[in-house]
Design a protein around this ligand. Structure first.
Ligand SMILES: O=C(O)CCC(=O)C(=O)O
Ligand SMILES: [Fe+2]
Length: 358
């Protein structure tokens, strides 16, 4: 029986700030950032750059005349890629711009100020790094701020940067927009899956929403380091906003047909990524894709990631309507706590979701 570990019981190890290292004009990356297996020969970057992550237009989903076609596109994107770019999502340009500006300004603060909101032992929130649990682990070339934002009642403001001015207000208004996008896109995914039960998407109104703000400083040897290790997202869905000055440099790679494919930034778009919860709820019809972030020799990159989960009271298992018609349930149904315990107690590299397969 695997040891059951809750997120807050994990000892996340403090790590150096990559931004500090990068400012020292190093010629090589320190050994703890050198990945041994990064360029394995089986998985290479798409040689012809011919594959392109699907594009979904929310206004076409909403328009009765184009809806059927766009829902079909969305359904295919979730089945075949597990990731797509969403345009015309309804979140104002102003909200996106403000959020990017505040995150950029936060990372531009002097280190001593940023440390005021550093992670503390026993908490995953704050300025620092996640998923580092061993001194021997190779580190990602990334600094982040991780915050649990919704429900607002349990907010731990001690980890919320009070600088730059209005950071908190901007974040709250931004995440409200992300919640609306999540509920809408889930509604159209339900249509694609032919699920009538409204709980499939209504549950995201009562869901939990966390944010990861990622900084990937310029890296002296980008081919040796990694911004974020290959992983699948554990949550329902993830909404990623690119944040670099234009022209935006791509950094997110998704695995498709054994190749890493760049997600080419589109101004104002949100990248929507299917997480493990959604893979299970769709009974494996939708796929949580493996993805990673790579780094650049001269340019830093910022990404703002919102992770969206259903209501904590929802049982995580294949939607009933998908298994009633004779298709067997491919995954067990578990509570959300059991689901996350399964994730946190999985060894690095073992796809945790497989442990929930029947
Ligand atoms: O920044 C990126 O491109 C990827 C971030 C990511 O995958 C994550 O935060 O889960
Ligand atoms: Fe991710």
């Amino acid at each position: 029986m695997a040891e059951v570990v809750a997120a807050e019981k994990i000892r996340w190890l403090p790590v150096p700030r990559v931004q500090q290292l990068a400012s020292q004009q190093l010629e090589t990356v320190p050994v703890m950032y050198v990945m041994d297996d990064i360029h394995d020969i089986i998985i290479t970057v798409d040689p012809n750059q011919s594959l392109c992550v699907p594009l979904i237009d929310m206004t076409k989903l909403e328009n009765p005349e184009s809806q059927a076609m766009e829902v079909y596109k969305l359904h295919s994107a979730c089945k075949e890629w597990g990731i797509f770019q969403l345009i015309n999502h309804g979140v104002s340009d102003e909200s996106l711009r403000n959020m990017r500006k505040k995150v950029k300004e936060f990372f531009e603060l002097p280190l001593t100020e940023k440390e005021g909101w550093a992670q503390k032992p026993g908490s995953s929130e704050g300025y620092g790094q996640l998923f580092v649990t061993s001194e021997h682990q190779k580190l990602p070339w990334n600094d982040m701020v991780f915050l649990k934002v919704i429900p607002f009642e349990s907010t731990k403001f001690e980890f919320w940067p009070a600088k730059p001015h209005q950071f908190r207000e901007t974040l709250v208004s931004y995440i409200e927009g992300m919640r609306e996008v999540t509920v809408s896109i889930m509604k159209y995914m339900a249509m694609g899956l032919k699920i009538i039960d409204e709980e499939f998407y209504e549950t995201y109104k009562e869901g939990t929403y966390d944010m990861r703000m990622n900084l990937y400083p310029a890296c002296p040897e980008p081919e040796k380091a990694i911004g974020i290790h290959p992983h699948i997202d554990v949550h329902g869905i993830t909404l990623l906003l690119e944040c670099a000055d234009s022209p935006q440099i791509p950094g997110l790679h998704v695995l498709k047909d054994s190749h890493w494919v760049f997600v080419q930034p589109i101004e104002g778009a949100l990248v929507v990524d299917i997480g493990g919860i959604m893979e299970i709820m769709s009974n494996g019809i939708y796929k949580a894709p493996l993805h990673r972030a790579v780094v650049n020799k001269t340019k830093e990159r910022l990404s703002i990631v919102t992770v969206c989960n259903p209501s904590p009271s929802l049982s995580i298992g294949p939607a009933k309507e998908l298994t009633m018609s004779g298709s067997p349930a491919l995954y067990k149904s578990v509570t959300i706590e059991e689901y996350f315990e399964c994730f946190y107690s999985s060894k690095y590299g073992i796809p945790f979701i497989d442990r929930l397969k029947i």
